[in-house]
Design a protein around this ligand. Structure first.
Ligand code: NOJ
Ligand code: CA
Length: 713
């Protein structure tokens, strides 16, 4: 189903007159204007309320007049677009892409340059980008600044992480914009000076909540060949784009024709609608992968958590300062704690096979971990040489015989040129040993060029890797990359990214506060799936390391609920097999929960407080529901009107026990069954830092007789 019609309006050399567009339902209104000085400006309304007050657009190029004023309008075009498309995997089977577009073609007399600003107005938000058409006056150019403004209507409440060119791995602060201070330690972390950029810099996706109850999300879509946009808070209500620079301070090196990523402003009075938005995905190009059958959403285990909790090591020997090239690995003395051994990997493969998991990630299989931050960092990994105790060929056969696939791990330690040099060989090895997917990693400073993780050069790198892997029918899960902007529509083999503070922080630091997972869906996840690594059952780390003060800041039941509330097609069951063996009844939920869905309903949501989401398994009548809360205990009433009217369903609920508490009693859960139908309202009792995970499936005649109807207690 696809319709597309265009209506062109011609306007010559107008300066002050405004162009107004309405979203398809009419609920949103955007306006473009040139000021008297010929400065491009825009504003946005939701209903009768201003979201963005008139504010400026512009760019500054090196050795050229600023693209901020002196413009005239050459012509404007408006059009409407409607399509329904099917993602290769995702939260819903069908996605509607419906918007009104306004393209404003501008000319600047002083430079003789043409610039188009293209707006797309959806029912839930506005997007715009700068386009530089091919023209003799502008061929190669360097962007030194982008001056896009977001003039808000007040000093809104903001959910923010500090501006940082290299990391998104922070807990969120919740303050009014005027109170943003990204350089002081916040209430959760021990980290002193936080933002390496400055006091008033924050990252996107940024969530705002106005006094009038409006939720606003500012981010970007289709970040290609350009640096990530961060935001500078000015005058409490003005946000200014701040592009991540390169090693010498420039922002982007470009060639016409070029278009910037879309700047996105989503707005709604319903927090639930914000979460359901598909606008960022819609702004990305359709899939470049013609035959995507090889792309498999999956759940996997990993030789991984045991390293994070300190039971095993990535490295094989204890020596340091080992040069990759000159080392005879077989001559080193094993340290006795190496995690990625053939034997240990087989243990995970057996467990995966027994419980129906698709994959096993193995980290620390390749040489170099003895010194991955040291003297030899630049070429410390070659991504092809296994440690002497890791037998690639034997494991290939062992996994194959049991119907399991191994997942490759490439930690680059930020040595990106080294990685690019070796990628072909690494891919060849993956194909030879039947690895379908790779988890990449970019821990530490980017070398050798001094670039930043979120700058143009690295943005291009991540995409080049995803593209090359796609050409080789390989999936990717990137850790420490730039945060996503919906590019998984174009590259559906890019299954997930980390690019936020994951569960792993709970293993070895003050960790993530209980509210963390109630904020992520409104912020980081707006751009795409996160490899959060849920499913930790052994909540307190002193179980592994006596005396350890660290713990996961949730109950066990909440860890289950995260499989539903944090969408990813690449979902880890992150804990050790022993932890799952000890609680097979709770583990059943992880085994049953899908990673690909026909439908999603966001039932209840308040950022920083709670969340309840129901999803229908792809191609099956089963629904799954996840509900989570922050540090407050709550009773959430959930309705089931998404169910089929013609039948009743049996619910298996994995919930917090009455006395559960994330700190004092995190592992106390209860599993109950009851019958519901479309008209049921169920009160979910969530402990402080707790959650509930529900598997809802059509009830058999037998179950209808035997299982009790739901009754509020
Ligand atoms: C950081 C990643 O987020 C983590 O998952 C991985 O285990 C380590 N780097 C080592 O590569
Ligand atoms: Ca990380």
């Amino acid at each position: 189903m696809k319709t597309f019609f265009t209506l062109a309006l011609f306007m010559l050399c107008h300066t002050a007159s405004a162009q107004i567009i309405y979203s398809p339902s009419g609920v949103m209104r955007a306006e473009f204007k040139l000021t008297d000085r010929g400065e491009p400006s825009y504003s946005l309304f939701l209903g009768k309320k201003e979201v963005i007050k008139p504010c400026k657009l512009g760019l500054v190029l090196k050795d050229a007049p600023s693209f901020t004023e002196g413009f005239t309008v050459l012509r404007t075009d408006t059009s409407t677009y409607f399509e329904v498309w099917q993602p290769v995997w995702g939260e819903v089977r069908n996605i509607t892409n419906h918007y009104r577009e306004l393209a404003v073609k501008l000319h600047q007399a002083q430079s003789n340059v043409n610039l188009t600003i293209r707006f797309r107005l959806f029912n839930d938000g506005l997007a715009f980008r700068y386009e530089f058409p091919e023209q003799p006056q502008l061929t190669y150019f360097i962007v030194v600044d982008e001056l896009t403004e977001f003039q808000l209507t007040g000093d809104h409440k903001a959910f923010w992480i500090p501006g940082d060119y290299d990391s998104n791995e922070y807990p969120y602060s919740i303050t009014n914009l005027s109170q943003v201070d990204a350089t002081i330690a916040d209430r959760h972390t021990e980290i002193g000076v936080r933002s390496p950029i400055g006091k008033k810099f924050v990252q996107t996706p940024l969530l705002l909540n106005t006094d009038g109850g409006m939720y606003i999300n500012i981010h970007e879509a289709a970040l290609v060949n350009y640096p990530a946009m961060q935001l500078q808070v000015k005058d409490n209500a003005l946000l200014m784009s701040h592009l991540v620079p390169d090693a010498v301070g420039n922002k982007a090196y470009l060639q016409t024709p070029f278009q910037t990523p879309w700047r996105t402003i989503l707005a709604s009075y319903k927090a639930t609608d914000l979460l359901a938005s598909k606008t960022i995905l819609n702004l990305n190009e359709p899939s470049k992968i013609a035959n995507p059958e090889w792309i498999k959403p999956q759940k996997f285990l990993g030789v991984w958590w045991e390293m994070h909790v300190g039971l095993a090591t990535w490295n094989y020997a204890n020596q340091s300062n080992i040069a990759l090239k000159n080392t005879d690995w077989k001559s080193l003395t094993p340290n006795g704690t190496h995690g990625a051994t053939t034997l240990n990997t087989k243990r995970y493969i057996d467990f995966a096979a027994e419980h129906g998991f698709d994959g096993v990630l193995v980290e620390g299989w390749n040489v170099g971990w003895e010194d991955w931050f040291g003297k030899w960092k630049e070429d410390v990994f070659d991504f092809v040489t296994p440690y002497p105790d890791f037998d690639l060929a034997e494991l290939k056969n062992y996994a194959h015989d049991r119907g399991v696939k191994l997942i490759m791990h490439h930690e680059t330690s930020g040595s990106v040129t080294n990685y690019e040099r070796k990628l072909d060989e690494a891919i060849h090895l993956m194909k030879s040993y039947h690895y379908p997917a790779v988890k990449t990693g970019y821990v530490g400073k980017i070398i050798p060029r001094g670039e930043h993780h979120d700058g143009q050069w690295m943005v291009n790198h991540y995409l080049r890797v995803a593209d090359k892997l796609a050409n080789n029918q390989l999936m990717v899960d990137a850790h420490e990359p730039v945060r996503p902007t919906g590019l998984h529509r174009t590259y559906p083999n890019w299954m997930a990214s980390e690019a936020a503070r994951g569960n792993e922080f709970n293993a070895w630091s003050v960790g993530n506060p209980p509210e963390h997972e109630t904020i992520l869906p409104f912020t980081r996840l707006m751009g795409g799936p996160m490899d959060y690594t849920p499913g930790i059952f052994q909540i307190k780390m002193d179980f592994f390391k006596p005396g350890s003060p660290y713990q996961v800041h949730t109950t066990l039941a909440k860890q289950l609920a995260l499989y539903v509330t944090m969408y990813s097609p690449f979902q880890m069951a992150a804990d050790l097999p022993e932890s799952y063996r000890a609680r097979p009844d709770a583990f059943q939920f992880i085994k049953d929960v899908p990673v690909d869905w026909d439908d999603t309903r966001v039932l209840l949501a308040e950022p920083g407080d709670y969340l309840a989401i129901a999803r229908k398994a792809k191609g099956k009548p089963d629904w799954f529901l996840g509900a989570i809360t922050d540090e407050e205990k709550r009773a959430l009433p959930v309705t089931f009107d998404f169910l089929d009217d013609r039948q009743s369903y049996v619910v298996t609920i994995y919930g917090d026990a009455l006395d559960a508490h994330w700190k004092d009693n995190p592992m106390a859960y209860e599993i109950k069954k009851f019958i519901v139908n479309k008209r049921s309202v169920v009160k979910l009792n969530l402990a402080a830092g707790g959650g509930a995970a529900l598997h809802i499936k059509p009830a058999s005649a037998e179950e209808n007789k035997k299982v009790k109807r739901y009754r509020p207690d």
